[in-house]
Ligand binder design. Structure first.
Ligand code: NAG
Ligand code: NAG
Ligand code: NAG
Ligand code: NAG
Ligand code: NAG
Ligand code: NAG
Length: 536
């Protein structure tokens, strides 16, 4: 065998290994990136949440599908990881109770219990520890990584300021029992290659929150996990429902295993003042939401000592019925793509056995519908295609180029080689562009062609007239999410997706004035952003 074919064979062998299990190696951090120790390459976490912390203390959906099918569907939906929630008492008080006994004690209706038994015959006889482990193993078989999420201590729907599950010292949040739970899990799942991380606690909150206790218990929790399982990443939440890490600007967390620490934050349309989305120009609201996120958490990934930030919850009503969510999501998505964040979407499963007194409650913020069979939002795969891709890689040798992204649809711009028009398509095979900044042409890489506006309502084209005023572009508005050019001396024209088509035309810019508070039209069909990438 020649050396080169040996190399080929071993490359294929490694490729098979890594495609089977993308995650057989511990992860660490390096500046703001999460890195696979074995290859030194960036591992971008693109996770979905799977609820296991609610009152029944059992991963949801087992009344709808076999556990292996759920794991398979998660992998097929493009997620490489699951944020799998648990309640501390599952391990510290109910570890040896069977699922059957718990479901009976909660008066879960017989048809739900028998549906679980039908799809997952072994599950009812399992203990809570075994059932949780079965979910981890089912995910591992599909190559899906697991972040073990301590969502509450007492199993229940979360989260409320007064639920006594919110901060160290609350009635259901005794620090010793919490540490005991962390230690048990760190030890028990040690050696499972797809368990890559544990978090300390979801959404710290409530009247007891204070910074001295935060530094004290967060240090204890992280050290406990690290002592029992030094391979794991440790995910650390801030205060106020995981909205605020700004206090780290003044005082960092002083731990001696810094290459394992990842910080997390949550953001939803309702995290701040959601009425604003209906009352003020959308470019104003979006820029202020992102500014606020940066101030509370986003600052962590930049500066002199950057650390990884994991947006461990965000999401939208996937039925399409929440107008504010529909405005918020493209705004957040544009930010997440531009800095290429690691993230976990709330949530995967479309229903609950029992939530807040309601049997068989639905989850509108779920990828899957009520029966866990189809996507709730048929456009979900397209909307998440770019977010599920690695956009920046600190070890890449490729030179930088830009993706032209349309956050409303999740699509990317392509040059149509047949008619030289700009069109929207998928993001797997997007065109690559170079752009030197405001006032420059947007060039198609490795060609002599530049993007040119042809007139109101007409498709933008690729042309060799790179120095024409209609080929000089700048990003405008408070968000910078409009790509505009002028037709001679006239007003600015912006790229715009032609409704319900893949065409991209230029039209009068919508509500880009920074001072006009009365402009309330929806500009999102015109939101285009040039995202820097060095990964293909
Ligand atoms: C469960 O059983 C094991 C083995 O008998 C025991 O060591 C452990 O303390 C029990 N856990 C709980 C929470 O009762
Ligand atoms: C579950 O346990 C019960 C008794 O505790 C037993 O009769 C039954 O056969 C078990 N079911 C399975 C699938 O192992
Ligand atoms: C890290 O700190 C802990 C507790 O402060 C100490 O026990 C441990 O030896 C330290 N480890 C290293 C590698 O310095
Ligand atoms: C980048 O180039 C260096 C030096 O040529 C090489 O060692 C490294 O493997 C390359 N990295 C990638 C990701 O190709
Ligand atoms: C590209 O242009 C050709 C020729 O005009 C047209 O038939 C085709 O539909 C265009 N492709 C897209 C994706 O718009
Ligand atoms: C908006 O108002 C500020 C202060 O009045 C001014 O400096 C700025 O130029 C105005 N912006 C636009 C786009 O008119």
């Amino acid at each position: 065998m020649s050396k080169s074919s040996l190399l080929l064979v071993s490359t294929i062998f490694i490729a098979i290994l890594t495609s089977y299990c993308c995650n057989s190696f511990p992860l660490s951090t390096q500046k703001r990136w999460i890195i696979d120790d074995a290859t030194g390459e960036r591992m971008k976490l693109t996770c979905a949440h799977w609820v296991g912390h609610a009152t029944p203390m059992l991963v949801e959906g087992l009344d709808k599908l076999p556990i292996q099918d759920i794991a398979n569907q998660i992998a097929k939906s493009g997620f490489n990881c699951v944020r799998l929630s648990y309640a501390t008492y599952m391990f510290t008080r109910h570890a040896n109770d069977t699922i059957r006994d718990t479901l009976y004690s909660l008066d879960i209706p017989k048809d739900v219990v028998s549906a679980i038994e039908k799809h997952n015959p072994l599950m009812l006889n399992m203990t809570h520890v075994q059932a949780y482990e079965a979910a981890i193993d089912a995910l591992g078989e599909k190559g899906v990584m697991v972040l073990i999420d301590n969502h509450v201590s007492m199993a229940e729907w979360c989260c409320d300021n007064n639920d006594q599950n919110g901060f160290f010292g609350d009635r259901h949040f005794h620090p010793d029992e919490w540490l005991q739970g962390l230690a048990f899990i760190a030890k028990h799942f040690r050696g499972k290659p797809n368990v890559i991380a544990m978090d300390l606690r979801n959404e710290l909150r409530g009247g007891r929150q204070n910074l001295p206790d935060w530094y004290k218990y967060v240090s204890q929790g992280a050290s406990t996990i690290h002592k029992h399982n030094p391979d794991l990443l440790i995910v650390i939440s801030g205060l106020n429902f995981d909205n605020d890490l700004s206090f780290l600007k003044k005082k960092t967390l002083d731990l001696n295993f810094t290459n394992k620490l990842v910080y997390e934050a949550h953001i939803y349309s309702f995290s701040g003042n959601q009425d604003r989305w209906n009352l003020q120009p959308m470019n104003w609201v979006c820029s202020s939401v992102i500014e606020n996120l940066n101030d509370q958490a986003g600052f962590l990934i930049s500066g002199n000592n950057p650390v990884p930030l994991f947006i461990s919850e965000f999401g939208y009503d996937m039925t399409g019925g929440n107008a504010v969510d529909n405005k918020f999501m493209p705004c957040f998505v544009s930010y997440a793509a531009s800095v290429d964040l690691d993230w976990s979407l709330w949530s995967f499963g479309g229903s609950y056995y029992f939530r807040e007194g309601s049997v068989g409650a639905g989850e509108t913020y779920a990828v899957m519908d009520y029966d866990w069979k189809n996507y709730r939002d048929p456009k979900f795969p397209q909307k998440f295609q770019l977010l599920q891709k690695k956009i920046q890689d600190p070890t890449s040798n490729l030179s930088k180029s830009h993706i032209m992204f349309h956050p409303l649809t999740g699509k990317c711009a392509h040059a149509n080689g047949s008619n030289n028009e700009l069109v929207l398509g998928d993001c797997k095979s997007h065109s690559e562009w170079s752009f030197e900044g405001d006032g420059s042409p947007i060039r198609l890489m490795d060609s002599a062609m530049c993007l040119k506006a042809e007139g109101e309502g007409l498709p933008a084209t690729l042309s060799e007239h790179c120095l024409s005023p209609q080929s000089s572009w700048k990003s405008v508005s408070k968000t910078g999410l409009h790509l505009a050019t002028s037709h001679g001396n006239g007003p600015l024209f912006c790229l715009e997706m032609e409704s319900d088509s893949s065409k991209i035309v230029t039209r009068k810019c919508i509500c880009i004035d920074e001072n006009d508070s009365s402009c309330l039209d929806n500009p999102q069909s015109q939101w285009f952003q040039l995202i820097s990438t060095n990964f293909s």
